[in-house]
Design a protein around this ligand. Structure first.
Ligand SMILES: Nc1nc2c(c(=O)[nH]1)N[C@H]1C(S)=C(S)[C@@H](COP(=O)(O)O)O[C@H]1N2
Ligand SMILES: [Mo]
Length: 282
């Protein structure tokens, strides 16, 4: 299969049950060691290694999720209450960061449609916003003087995007509970969108009538939109989005592959955007 198929030395597959597993396109999984050590989680710093180094400082037990807005069942819920009785599934997804690197990752989680349905959103709810934990005492990036980000990190989806069968509320990776650096204990995964949509360590869910703000759009609206669908034809103002570096990627073997519209999930999701100008709604 693809150029990346033989690049991961077998020795990197410490997690034996996953050795030789592939995506539905036959792509080799990105080794667990890379998935859990090459991260973006600015609450712990901006270097790729900072989250793995510092995210253990975050307490994830107990974990409470507050639900607000246009839904019948709002309030504060213990995480266990929200996941109880909802079956988890494993999904091997391509994961494409707006910075033009990508991975193939086995996530475990609850289909978002089922997770959100328990709150009985009202007909007037058109969007859903997700908010990350704000706890500077445990998140050193939130204590940084020049982070630029107005914490907490927020993201949002149109409700029909959230209810799409590919959208997952992730609780684990590589068959284990999520490590803190990957957004424990609860994070979003929307495989046809750039990685920044997949907000980590969620403590609040708000059903809204109007399009909610999202952190990277607030920070640089010319560069990052609300939709953020993977699109090789719409370049980032500072770099091309036509290709991506599939990790593991090195100087001598960059493993650069073409980027696919909707990250390869177009057949499933293009219909969500029928009639929309995706150059304007980037
Ligand atoms: N709260 C929060 N969520 C976040 C981020 C962040 O900095 N803070 N980074 C985003 C970006 S840019 C990416 S690419 C992914 C990275 O997820 P991973 O580290 O599990 O690969 O998380 C996203 N979710
Ligand atoms: Mo990203």
């Amino acid at each position: 299969m693809g150029a990346g198929a033989s690049l991961a030395p077998p020795s990197l597959f410490a997690n034996a049950p996953y050795e030789g597993k592939t995506s539905e396109r036959g792509e080799v999984l990105t080794p667990e060691e890379i998935v859990t050590s090459y991260n973006n989680f600015y609450e712990f710093g901006t270097d790729k290694g900072d989250p793995a180094r510092y995210a253990h400082e975050m307490t994830i037990e107990p974990w409470t999720v507050e639900v607000r807005g246009k839904a019948a069942k709002t309030g504060k819920f213990a995480l266990e209450e929200l996941t109880k009785g909802l079956a988890e599934e494993e999904r091997i997804y391509r994961f494409r960061c707006v910075e033009a690197w990508s991975m193939v990752v086995p996530w475990t989680g609850i289909p978002m449609a089922r997770f959100l349905a328990q709150f009985e959103p009202e007909g007037s709810a058109k969007y859903v916003q997700f908010t990350t934990l704000h706890r500077p005492s445990e998140m050193r990036g939130q204590r940084a003087l020049f982070s630029g980000i107005d914490w907490p990190y927020v993201e949002g989806l149109r409700l029909d995007e959230a209810y799409h069968p590919l959208t997952l509320m992730v609780t684990g990776v590589y068959g284990k509970p999520l490590p803190n650096q990957n957004g424990a204990p609860l994070r979003l995964m929307v495989p046809w969108k750039y990685g920044f949509k997949s907000v980590k360590s969620i403590v609040k869910i708000t059903f809204t009538e109007r399009q909610p703000r999202n952190t990277w759009n607030i920070l640089a609206p010319q560069e990052y939109g609300f939709y953020a669908n993977v699109n090789p034809e719409v370049d980032h103002p500072r770099w091309s989005q036509a290709t991506e570096r599939r990790l593991p990627s090195t100087l001598f073997n960059p493993n650069r592959i073409p980027t696919l519209p909707f990250n390869g999930y177009g057949e499933e999701v293009a219909g969500l955007y029928a009639g929309m100008d995706l150059r304007r709604n980037y």
